[in-house]
Design a protein around this ligand. Sequence first.
Ligand SMILES: [Zn+2]
Length: 113
Amino acid sequence: MISMDDFWLYLEVFPWLGYCISGFFGLIFGSFLTFLFYRIQNNEPWLWGQGASRSKCPSCKINLGAIDLIPVLSWAISCGKCRHCKKGVPIRYPLIEIGTSIIFLLIYRVCQG
Ligand SMILES: [Zn+2]
């Protein structure tokens, strides 16, 4: 277990580590945004305490597994199609995830000074 002091030291020694962590959290946050936009747009619950369910394919309504929910990679591996029904998944999902990741990287860069 590393302490927070060790963590900050690692970031100074390995500057690329901060970019990797920022980019990773940007992808995760972007994935959450696509989930949130979809639920709000379709008037579906998005809070688990209020009846939100697992993410589903909009076409075949099958529950998506962990392998289907990896930001950008799932879309790229499946060539932009649902693994089950082969219907297209809009490119806006990976683009939002990539865009959010870039924003997180820029924020990290600015905070570095
Ligand atoms: Zn499907």
